[in-house]
Design a protein around this ligand. Structure first.
Ligand SMILES: [Zn+2]
Length: 414
């Protein structure tokens, strides 16, 4: 008789196989965790991410049209406070920002982690405007891409002003959010590469390869992951602007402004412009693959050409749509102007909605004042039974787990 855990895992496997074509991102991460838990090092997000930020799902960012939330963002808003001031630092700031010696740049805790210090003579890099939370650390519900809404506006304004001939605000905003998304998505692709090696080696390729290599080289030109993330983003933005049928003068002008921004973004990042070249990109990606393998396993490095045999090594998780979010600080001008405070609900209200809207049920009582709930697909998640309204981040995380990617806004209004 097989143990229950194995039976459950076999059951989930057979469920996966019926859906192979869909390539569900969340299911693949789920089975990775189930089969190889030792390759994960699960952490709590900073408490402020749960308590102080509204999280707004984005959906498909490659579409040209803007979501209802994005349509409300405007370049004409006067900022009450400079964006990179204390009050607007990202939720990880303060615990991860021991400046690197001589570099004057904050050291993120993990690849794609947010940055809020940089050398005086450089621009804040892409990871000061957006960040990636990897699933090796933030499984099951916090992992994903986060764009800091106010900062996306700020960068879109700057790139619009730097573009000659001038483009419209809408064009600048669309292209800039796409750039930041694609940059962070490369960190996802790199993590998925490590995960693929974990499938074959059953070793901690992310935790003992990609992550320490990144942290050690960050702030230097040896930080190849940031150079590749920039290169990938530049290539993708150019490709998609063509798909969107941008006129050549506007497209070329925007790309020029974007490349200038990247070239000012500090050590590592700045190499992205050069790496965006077709031939160099493949070579550097193979070099990166070999570095991760060397770091994790200590084996001698081989010429990168061998990685040509591993097609799609960096393919990444395809359906990441429900994992892309804006975050807006609850006490910001933007939150106030958009009336995000209406995203409030208490335990009793939540309970009703979970049953009615998402067909979830209480499974059992958990630790302390928590309940464990179950989705119609059998996945479980905790719900706190506290008096008063739920914290915005907690609500968002519950809705994400309970309702298969539904937005908090839709949840509260259905
Ligand atoms: Zn990055």
């Amino acid at each position: 008789m097989l143990p229950q855990a194995v039976l459950t895992s076999l059951a989930s496997e057979s469920r996966l196989q019926t859906k192979t074509e869909l390539r569900m991102a969340i299911d693949h991460v789920y089975s990775h965790h189930e089969h190889l838990p030792k390759t994960f090092d699960l952490r709590q997000p900073p408490p402020s991410l749960e308590s102080d930020y509204y999280i707004i799902e984005i959906g498909n960012i490659e579409k040209e049209e803007l979501s209802p939330f994005e349509q409300k963002l405007s370049p004409d808003d006067r900022l009450d406070a400079p964006l990179f001031d204390e009050g607007y630092r990202h939720p990880f700031a303060g615990r991860d920002e021991a400046p690197m010696e001589n570099a004057g740049i904050g050291r993120p805790e993990f690849p794609g982690g947010p940055v809020s210090q940089w050398p005086a003579n450089y621009r804040p890099p892409a990871d000061a405007y957006a960040f990636y939370m990897p699933y090796h650390l933030y499984y099951p519900h916090w992992w994903g891409i986060y764009l800091i809404a106010e900062r996306v506006i700020e960068l879109a304004q700057e790139l619009r002003d730097a573009t000659r001939p001038k483009i419209t605000w809408d064009e600048a905003f669309r292209a800039t959010r796409l750039y930041l998304f694609k940059h962070e998505y490369f960190h996802q692709k790199a993590e998925t590469f490590s995960a693929k090696l974990e499938v074959t080696h059953r070793e901690r390729m992310y935790l003992e390869g990609q992550l320490p290599f990144y942290v050690r080289t960050f702030g230097t030109d040896n930080c190849i992951e940031e150079a590749l993330a920039e290169a990938y983003a530049i290539r993708e933005v150019e490709r998609i602007l063509r798909n969107w049928k941008w006129r050549a003068p506007a497209r070329n002008a925007y790309m020029k402004a974007l490349k200038h921004f990247v070239s000012q973004s500090g050590p590592g990042y700045q190499l992205g412009v050069e790496y965006a070249d077709q031939d160099l990109f493949g070579l550097k990606q193979a070099t990166f693959a070999e570095e991760i393998r060397h770091e994790a396993l200590g084996m001698q490095k081989m010429p990168p050409g061998i990685w040509d045999m591993f097609n799609n090594a960096f393919r990444g998780v395809g359906t990441i749509k429900s994992r892309v979010n804006y975050i807006v600080h609850a006490n910001s001008w933007l939150s106030e102007r958009l009336g995000l405070q209406v995203q409030r609900i208490d335990y009793q209200g939540l309970k009703r909605k979970l049953k009615k809207v998402c067909r979830c049920e209480i499974d059992r009582n958990g630790k302390g004042s928590h309940e464990i709930w179950r989705t119609p697909r059998g996945q479980t998640f905790p719900v706190p039974r506290h008096p008063g309204d739920l914290k915005p981040g907690t609500l968002s995380s519950i809705v994400k787990q309970a309702c298969d990617g539904m937005s908090v806004y839709d949840f509260l209004h259905s």
